[in-house]
Write a protein that binds this ligand. Sequence first.
Ligand code: AMP
Length: 417
Amino acid sequence: MQKHIDNYDFAGKKAIVRVDFNVPLNEKFEITDDTRIRAAMPTLKKVLAGGGSLIIMSHLGRPKGVDAKFSLKHIVDHVSKCLGVPVAFAADCQKADAEVAALKPGQALLLENLRFYAEEEGKPRGLAEDASDEEKKAAKAAVKESQKEFVKKLASYADCYINDAFGTAHRAHASTALIAKYFPDDKMFGYLMEGEIKAIDNVLKNAQRPLTAIIGGSKVSSKLAVLENLVGKVDNLIIGGGMGYTFIKAQGGKIGESLHEDDLIPAALEILAKAKERGVNLSLSVETVCGQEFSNDTPRQIAPTNNIPDGWEGMDAGPKSIENWKKIILASKTILWNGPVGVFELPNFAKGTLQIAEFLAEATKNGAYTLVGGGDSVAAVTQMGYADKVSYVSTGGGAMLEAIEGKELPGIAAIRE
Ligand code: AMP
């Protein structure tokens, strides 16, 4: 049965904690953004304060095997600094018995990158490009078989398991899901995971209405399942950014050279029909800031989104769209935002996205619950200095997307089972 970190007695116990320390490093292997490390601190400190010891495990990057570039040794000093105790390092996550045995209450050990082993993800590596289906199947079966031993070894280090890695909660990997079964009565979420789950529930399960979702970003194809799930749940669905032009074209609009996916026009029409059927207010951009080419200094003009001149492409939401969306946002009690409403990376086309961040901060101040997830929307609220002026900023891009698709994430299910 699942336990709660607040009530668990860590005294004298060893806790193996899956965190997401997949932080960006520069060429000198210095951490350029330690948000993910700081986000795990409440959980890690709780174990130490309770008299337990820590075995911390994570992946870093996408190594294809042992690769010093992706070694977690680069971050040990910083983790020690954040945690306030020296952190030992085990250079092989499968051969850490001695280091684990030496751990005393209040001490911490970081295991080397789990993904140095193919067994972490359970996917075969090094298959020849021309491998036959038979060979692929055999390689997969082999890694699944050796994965059992890999998981067992990790589990053998500890008395209890904590999953605090929301960023990988959508993966059924050894350390994020499979390990949980070795701790039937000693498994729990960390505080970060718990916060993320609560934030998602606040929007998808217990929302105060009106509930509004603002979905932006480049392509319909990457967020189709999100739109399909949300259109069955929300009161207002704002669709902005590059993906909006497929909807405008589907309705017969002229979108110039704007990004769009013709093969997704039927899917867009279905979403429009479902919104109508359910009485959902699906709000598309009515006015667009267009550029002549995809660059910051390209000439700009404002055009109706359904009548963009040839040779121009829609790159940001125009003032009338922003005005419409502002009204919807400020009248909402719960708001979910994922994805920019323009080409946020180019400062001349970032204004719409930054204004959305501003409206979310205002709505939060007025009592709305606001959840921001996804790289660029998180960057927008951070850039505006609003990260603490919205209710919750998610740390997991892919995991958040799958959660708002309505899927049960394997990392969450494994603890609850
Ligand atoms: P996503 O990862 O799907 O959330 O998409 C984020 C990307 O969408 C960013 O890189 C934006 O530049 C891009 N994007 C947003 N609006 C547009 C647009 N109108 N045209 C092209 N790309 C866009």
